[in-house]
Design a protein. Structure first.
Length: 283
């Protein structure tokens, strides 16, 4: 009898600790305070369900874009779209609410990539929406030997001058900075990265020596021009062959093979930039 009594008391304690089941009143109109939402990277917003004070299960379908806390606080991480789901009640008695969240960058530029010849500079216009107190812009250059940069003198907009140093390819990242000196905080997560290609000139042709600086090798052997390109020797390298190349090509005459135009000037091969871009041989 004592064993049965002990078992009954144990079950009673477990049920008591578990608490009452989460119920949803059929008479109450519950609503989520937002069904759609736009946030900028780094900002946050608190979602709430009106008229409901019990436990709410929150979930983000892409935590890389935005996260949501147990209290419904949505934090914007990176550009993209995400759906936040709130679930109330339990079992067959539950209800779900969704909010479509669009995450945008406060930074934008007038160009997605930059191409310039060695003897000219390019202007990059940058817009920063809703700047914060003590916030400024910074630029990070992957390879400073390819380009230099300087900020232009404009009161109405941020202009960055891209100044070529030599033929090649590099990337720049525009990001925001809060504070200065030892208290400076650079926000790389919301930065914008652009590719910068520097060519010999703006003729529309690129030489094999310039291609070498852009990570492309050219071999001319036995009536075949082999174009070799890729990230590095540790990554699968791509090849593109032009066959039936003349034994003695004429200087300056444009030839075409395998959809690539080429010519010889001073015993050096030149190729059309637009065709190399189309084939993704150069960026």
């Amino acid at each position: 009898m004592k064993k049965y009594l002990s078992l009954i008391l144990t079950l009673a304690i477990i049920i008591s600790l578990a608490g009452p089941a989460q119920t949803v009143s059929a008479k109450t109109e519950y609503t989520l305070n937002k069904s759609t939402l736009t946030l900028y990277i780094g900002s946050q917003y608190t979602l709430k369900i009106s008229g409901y004070s019990n436990f709410i299960m929150w979930k983000s379908d892409n935590t890389k874009v935005a996260t949501v806390s147990s209290k419904g606080i949505v934090k914007a991480k990176k550009e993209g779209s995400v759906t936040i789901t709130a679930t109330i009640g339990s079992g067959s008695n539950n209800k779900k609410f969704t909010c479509k969240v669009s995450i945008k960058n406060r930074l934008s530029t007038n160009k997605k990539s930059i191409t310039s010849s060695i003897d000219e500079f390019q202007e990059l216009k940058i817009v920063l929406k809703k700047p914060k107190k003590d916030e400024s812009l910074a630029v990070i250059i992957n390879d400073p030997s390819i380009i230099d940069t300087e900020w232009g003198n404009s009161d109405s907009e941020n202009i960055l001058n891209i100044i070529p140093q030599k033929v090649g390819y590099t990337e720049i990242t525009i990001c925001t900075v809060i504070g200065s000196g030892l208290n400076e905080e650079i926000n790389i997560d919301s930065g914008i990265t652009l590719g910068v290609t520097i060519l010999e000139d703006n003729s529309g042709w690129v030489s094999e020596s310039a291609l070498y600086e852009l990570g492309v090798s050219v071999l001319n052997y036995e009536n075949t021009i082999s174009i070799i390109y890729g990230e590095s020797s540790y990554v699968t390298t791509d090849y593109y062959d032009i066959n039936d190349v003349p034994d003695k090509p004429e200087e300056g005459i444009i030839y075409k093979g395998n959809n690539i135009s080429y010519k010889f000037i001073d015993n050096q091969l030149y190729f059309k930039v637009s065709e190399f871009r189309k084939l993704k041989i150069i960026k």
